[in-house]
Design a protein around this ligand. Structure first.
Ligand SMILES: [Zn+2]
Length: 121
């Protein structure tokens, strides 16, 4: 399975980074995880949120957040809406499904009514 992230929102923060004190390096992001395999795609309902600093390349964990960061975070959190948790099948799944169905139906007809296929026993 391949993991992808759907970015719901990504915002640059101009707060001071608690690690390097830069004011233009932090990015707040809200993401959702999507798992992809050849046959299905599953979207997780929970939101993965985080702040990373591009200047010092640190992940800024909630314990390090200042009051200002928390305020900005709360503000942005209200503006996002998560996608529902879903699972859907890919086109390949349906192709395989119908192929199997076709073979099953074909096999059934062949065994029970071979004359329908023009095959007289
Ligand atoms: Zn930093």
């Amino acid at each position: 399975m391949k993991t992808e992230y759907i970015i719901l929102k990504e915002t640059n923060l101009n707060n001071n980074c608690p690690e390097c004190y830069s004011t233009d390096g932090m990015v707040l992001s809200f993401k959702q995880k999507r798992l992809k395999s050849k046959l299905m795609i599953k979207t997780k309902g929970n939101i993965i949120e985080g702040i990373a600093c591009n200047k010092c390349e640190n992940q800024i964990f909630p314990g390090q957040w200042t009051k200002d960061i928390e305020r900005v975070y709360d503000y942005h959190k209200k503006t996002i809406s998560a996608k529902r948790s879903t699972m859907r099948f890919t086109a390949l799944f349906y192709v395989l499904f119908f192929l199997i169905l076709l073979l099953a139906v074909g096999g059934y007809i062949y065994i029970n009514n071979p004359e329908l296929l023009g095959l007289k026993p």
